[in-house]
Structures are given as C-alpha cells and as structure tokens.
Design a protein around this ligand. Structure first.
Ligand SMILES: [Zn+2]
Length: 283
C-alpha cells in the first residue's frame, strides 16, 4: 500500500505510534505531525457528525461553558473583531451551538457559517436567520475577499486536509482580515504520560487523547508552519489547557488532570493552541 504523505511537510518518513479506534496513528519523522490513516471519507465524516451522540455531546452544553477559558477566548475574539471591523462580516466554520456567532451578532457584526453537521446547521439557521453552508469550505465556492473575519475554533484537527482549509480561508478573507483558530497540541505532559502508558500496555488514556474524529494533531512548530505556509502572519499564539470539567465527569480523573495541568503551568506547554492570524498579501 502507498504510504500517505504528511499534510504539512509532504514527507513520507512516517512511524506507526499506535493502532487506535481501528486506524493507524502515524507520526511524521520530518515535522512531528500526527494523523490517522486512512483518512475517513467525506461520507464517513458526514455520518459521524449527523449522529445524535455527537450532536448531544456534553461538549456542546451551554450551562457552565461560559466560565471556561475556551469561551473567554471566543468572547475576546468577538471583541477584537468588532473593534477592528465595526459592522464587518464574519464567517464561522464549525460553530457548534453558536456561542461565537452570538457574541459577534450582539456586537453588530454580520454572521454566516459553515457547519458540516446537518442537525447543528439547521439549528444555527433557525437561531440566527443566517446562511449556513454544509460542505467543506473548499467546495462552497465563496467569492475572494468576502469576509473580514473567519473563525475556526477547534476545527483544524477535524478536517481531511488542514492545509487546503487554511489556504481557502486565506482566499475568502479580505486583505488584513483576521482568522481566529484553536486546535489541540501534542507538546505537553499529558501527551507524554499517555504515550508512556501505551508503551506499558495501557492504551485507554492515549485513545482518549486521540479521539476518532480528531484526524490531525499539532505541535507548536507545526501549527506555526501551517499558519505561515498558508499566507498568514501570527498576531498572537497562546496555549491553554482543555478545561478539566469538560474533559471528564469523574472526580479522580479531574483531580489527576488538574495535577498535570499544574506541571503545564510551570512548563508553559499546554493542551490547546489559540491563534490570531492576519491575512498577508502574497510576497
Ligand atoms: Zn511532516
């Protein structure tokens, strides 16, 4: 079988890290990117995201989410967007239940969305009365430079081709437009503990850190290369831990996570990236 090449560096020097959820988790020897092989087809992803268990996941629940650092980042992004582009147009890809769209629309920004999950797309349409496309952005045919802001929170790890996605976002953004994105990071203690346990024969934690719908995993150097190779300048890159209340409902597991997070606070390497990117003119 022909080996798949790395989505970031094109390298074919790849190593099998583990077999999880029925797929191979590969690591690129060139840049450290990880991905699941084979990549699920578009039809497989459509069916995964239409499933009730995905739509009803705790992940999307509103109640205490507004207290998490994730939502604070969304709020700050909406404030930056409305300050930089008053009344401007915002496209969010993967809005989930629509917190960021709400933050934007209440600040006078015009909102549109792309949501791959049909039930979530319908709910967003009804809530905001806005256009919601349901295809990957590369297939939507959006005009050049049609948005001042694009948001892609927790999206990059879910798509079949992160580089194609970023290049298409660059194309649909106006000059100096902003992209707010977040994604997972593999540069942290939790990841190293998961790998050690896996080598010792305990694969559960590594499988939880690499869920089947996260197709790609980024380290700090890789996320920077992705952003710069797709034509953006990085305005800000911060690292945050995934909120332990959202990660697990088990108290002992949460205490364990909080312990690991205190190590993260010392090292500065955490579980997620939040990046503000600005569209640059081609050099
Ligand atoms: Zn690579």
């Amino acid at each position: 079988m022909k080996p798949s090449s790395c989505n970031l560096c094109g390298g074919r020097d790849q190593h099998l890290m583990a077999r999880l959820h029925g797929r191979d988790l590969l690591r690129c020897g060139g840049c450290g990117m990880r991905w699941y092989d084979p990549t699920p087809t578009k039809a497989e992803l459509k069916s995964l995201y239409a499933a009730q268990e995905y739509v009803a996941a705790e992940y999307f629940s509103l109640e205490d989410d507004l207290q998490t650092n994730h939502y604070q980042h969304m709020l700050q992004a909406a404030e930056t967007a409305s300050r930089r582009f008053p009344g401007g147009s915002v496209l969010e890809i993967g809005p989930g239940v629509g917190h960021f769209l709400e933050f934007c629309s209440t600040r006078g920004l015009r909102v549109e969305a792309i949501e791959f999950s049909q039930p979530l797309a319908q709910a967003i349409r009804e809530k905001f009365g806005c256009a919601v496309l349901e295809e990957p952005i590369e297939e939507c045919g959006l005009p050049d430079g049609s948005f001042q802001v694009v948001a892609a929170f927790d999206l990059l790890e879910h798509v079949r081709d992160p580089m194609a996605l970023l290049r298409e976002i660059w194309r649909v953004l106006a000059p100096d437009g902003l992209l707010f994105l977040s994604t997972v990071s593999t540069d942290n203690v939790l990841d190293r503990v998961g790998m050690l346990l896996h080598r010792a024969g305990v694969s559960g934690p590594l499988a939880k850190l690499h869920p089947p719908y996260h197709l790609y995993y980024f380290n700090k150097l890789a996320i920077k290369r992705y952003i710069e190779q797709s034509g953006f300048a990085i305005e800000a890159l911060v690292q945050e831990n995934y909120d332990s209340r959202k990660a697990t409902s088990s108290l002992p597991a949460r205490l364990f996570l909080d312990g690991v997070y205190s190590l993260h606070n010392m090292s500065g390497d955490k579980t997620n990236f939040y990046v503000t990117c600005r569209k640059q003119a081609p050099s």
